[in-house]
Design a protein around this ligand. Structure first.
Ligand code: HEM
Length: 340
């Protein structure tokens, strides 16, 4: 991580830890804190000094979670959800996917990745195959960043996921602000950390165990596939998982159990469709939850008890959005009231 987090000319971090300490330090440049972080940091500091910028100017490059009205931001995001001309009429599903892909790069062993920095907006991370199409969500949210410049992109993207889940009828998702802003593509996580839809249970476990989730949490999280659809021009797969892709329900589980799933006959990647209508789809990775006996226990629980699913999803999704975040001590946990 240290190598990738090189010093940047307008910020001063050589490691994520150094980054966080400096961001929350009050006042001007603290020589002790500066001295505490290694070589690259010093280079950045010198560059900054020679550039002749004052520390006041440098602050303009930053974000400040204490200066953001999150209830206002929540409302602004909620106002962006509906659009009859987009997909199934809502940006909610793609906001959820953005929040999850921004966060799901976390590696608990290396202790890097996750939503801090908001690095998903930079290339190469933005153009990783798994992130295809997420520019649509980021572009849609840009106006909120413009109206609320102190919010960090990590906070904006994760909060958009919270708003979407709640406004589409899902549970309350506890959320905390305070993710830091990265200004450098060098902070991007390497490709290959997000799950591959064409693979099975071993792969799914490997990816989610790396983030620190167990089988119950993984199964709760995949329930988000009640929302949205696959797009041939993004992932290559095609179709929604059920008939109400803009409402948060436990339908991923009920559809998975109650239908017969057959390979789709088409000139595209291998996937399943329901035998009766051919309208709904499952990825090979989704089907792994049906065939793997340990996942299946939870699939059945959530199919039979939507309240249990909502409760477990809220906990797991909140955890996902917090992976790797060193929240400022005084950052409160918000439980926003849904607007709709
Ligand atoms: C095994 C794990 C997972 C795999 C392999 C997977 C794969 C995919 C794929 C291939 C798509 C289609 C993208 C497109 O073509 O637009 C998709 C969409 C989506 N995924 Fe996942 N996903 C996984 C887990 C999750 C999780 C944990 C969440 C959230 C908690 C999530 C939320 C969504 C949503 C909401 C969409 C719909 C996006 C839209 O309608 O634009 N997925 N996923």
């Amino acid at each position: 991580m240290t190598a990738r987090l090189a010093a940047h000319h307008s910020r001063f971090y050589a490691s994520r830890a150094g980054f966080e300490q400096l961001k929350y330090r009050k006042g001007g440049i603290n020589p002790i804190a500066v001295g505490a972080v290694a070589g690259g940091l010093l280079a950045g500091y010198l560059l900054f000094k020679t550039s002749g910028r004052s520390s006041e100017t440098a602050k303009d490059y930053g974000t400040d979670w204490t200066k953001v009205d999150y209830n206002k931001v929540y409302k602004e995001i909620a106002d962006l959800l509906e659009d009859d001309d987009y997909d199934d009429g809502s940006y909610g599903p793609i906001f959820v996917r953005l929040a999850w892909h921004a966060s799901g790069t976390y590696d608990k062993h290396k202790r890097d990745g996750g939503s801090t920095g908001g690095t998903i907006r930079f290339h190469p991370e933005a153009s990783h195959g798994g992130n295809a199409g997420l520019d649509v969500a980021r572009n849609r949210l840009e106006v909120v960043k413009r109206n609320n410049p102190y919010i960090s992109y990590g906070d904006l993207y994760t909060l958009a996921g919270v708003v979407a889940i709640q406004e589409l009828g899902g549970p309350t998702i506890p959320w905390r602000p305070g993710r830091l802003e990265s200004h450098s593509p060098k902070d991007c996580t390497p490709d290959g950390r997000l799950p591959d839809g064409s693979k099975g249970a071993d792969h799914v476990r490997e990816v989610f165990y790396r983030m620190g989730f167990d089988d119950q949490e993984i199964t709760a999280l995949i329930g988000a596939h009640a929302l949205g659809r696959c797009h041939p021009d993004r992932s290559g797969f095609d179709g929604p998982w059920n008939a109400s892709p803009t409402v948060f329900t436990n339908f991923f589980f009920t559809e998975l159990i109650n239908n017969e799933w057959v390979p789709k006959k088409w000139n595209g990647p291998f996937q399943y469709v329901d035998k009766a209508t051919g309208q709904f789809m499952m990825l090979p990775a989704d089907m792994a939850f049906l065939t793997d006996p340990k996942f299946r226990v939870y699939i059945e629980k959530y199919a039979n008890d939507e309240q249990l699913f909502f409760k477990n999803f809220a906990r797991a999704f909140s955890k996902l959005l917090s992976l790797g975040i060193n929240f400022p001590k005084d950052a409160p946990t918000y439980e926003f009231k849904p607007i709709n």
